[in-house]
Design a binder for this molecule. Sequence first.
Ligand code: Q46
Ligand code: ZN
Length: 301
Amino acid sequence: MKCRSCRAPAVIEVRRHNAGFCQPCFLRHCREQVTRTIADHHMLAPDERVLVAVSGGKDSLALWDVLLDLGYQADGLYLGLGIGEYSDQSGEYAKRYAAARGARLVEIDIPTAFGFDIPTGARAAKRVPCSACGLSKRHLFNQAAADGGYDVVATGHNLDDEAAVLFGNVLRWDTAYLGRQLPVLPGGDGFVRKVKPLIRLSERETAAYCVLTGIDYIVEECPMAEGNKHLGYKEALNKIEEQSPGSKAAFYFGFLDRVSELFTSVAAAERDGLRPCASCGAPTTGEVCAFCKLAARASKG
Ligand code: Q46
Ligand code: ZN
């Protein structure tokens, strides 16, 4: 197979685009997809300060790398979740990348800063680990970005992630989640803007990007992910994609272009009811935000 752009031998085939790419043209393709996403959704202005949520995995490191290459002022934020060896190792990958690239990495270790780790916190709050983890990440990324004076938080969600989340939201017809499942969540009311610049790249493409640029990333999945619904949805969509390449992109971008607007009012209504958390000041619907509740339950053990 030959490269679609320059006819040199291809190193990767992207069936969704019915195209092969050589190494330089593939890396350019990745940058172009991100540039197009940022422009289409008005994600970032050139002079804005970006905080990239970095896990040490392929998606977040590829995102950070592309944003730096495109000239954005992008710092990384690594959250230590206290998930045993997995957290120790993923933190090392994040730090190694930052050092090699001469980029700034902000680090927050949840056990050190708040006195609990995600598995313990989840047990104490009777939540599944990914739920305790997800709410902690959302809270702490937002807080760190606000405290550090960043204009925007960027996360490495890729096309496979977004299609799988959409699949789950549609299966349950969760209209509030559907209204919030956007590539850009606007800032205001205590929220820093959140953007997902990798939605036009698949998981396989972000992995190839890292391999072809020599970025070392943690390959192991988080041990808590095992058996979660999200992985099941991904597998189901992978089967469909194998039979008809392009299905995931059609499903997700069709939703963004033609359907998502129908649900944004449901999500907007939710935002209207927000007030500052009595304990930390973060926007919440209750008296105390979900993160402060989790921290309080975890400290009682
Ligand atoms: S880190 Fe956290 Fe993920 Fe691990 S506990 Fe679940 S949500 S699986 S992206
Ligand atoms: Zn709070």
